[in-house]
Design a protein around this ligand. Structure first.
Ligand code: CO
Length: 133
């Protein structure tokens, strides 16, 4: 099974402020959207084969809001595109990785995603992403 880096998620307090930095570096901000279920707004910065996903919490209460309160702004997770998420989950479990999600949840653009707990992945929150089709 072949995986590849698809995006790096970065927690920010204000999307518009963070976007400006990437624009100044010559990158394009492709879109901005609300993921109400996840309690956040996000923007994608096109950065070659992978993207940078800027994440702003809608409020202080959700997981991302708590992350910002305790850790401040910065790298939040790294995401890999996988061809078959159920197979990737099985492989991850066999490797001893702790999945945060029991089953895939809906992500943006019709994707299905699961997260791997940083406590079982050398301190990095990992996201597995299966694209539709
Ligand atoms: Co992500």
């Amino acid at each position: 099974m072949t995986s590849r880096l698809t995006h790096i998620g970065i927690a920010v307090r204000k999307l518009e402020a963070a976007e400006g930095i990437y624009r100044d570096l010559g990158l394009a901000v492709s879109e901005r959207m609300v993921a109400a279920q996840e309690g956040l707004r996000l923007a994608f910065v096109v950065a070659g084969a992978a993207a940078i996903e800027l994440l702003e919490p809608l409020g202080p209460g959700g997981a991302l809001g708590r992350f910002l309160s305790s850790r401040g702004e910065g790298v939040h997770h790294i995401a890999f595109k996988v061809p078959d998420i159920e197979q990737a989950m099985a492989t991850a479990r066999m490797a001893g990785l702790r999945l945060i999600d029991e089953r895939p949840r809906g992500g943006v653009h019709g994707t299905r995603v699961v997260f791997i707990h940083p406590g079982s992945a050398h301190g990095v929150l990992l996201e597995l992403v299966e694209e539709p089709g």
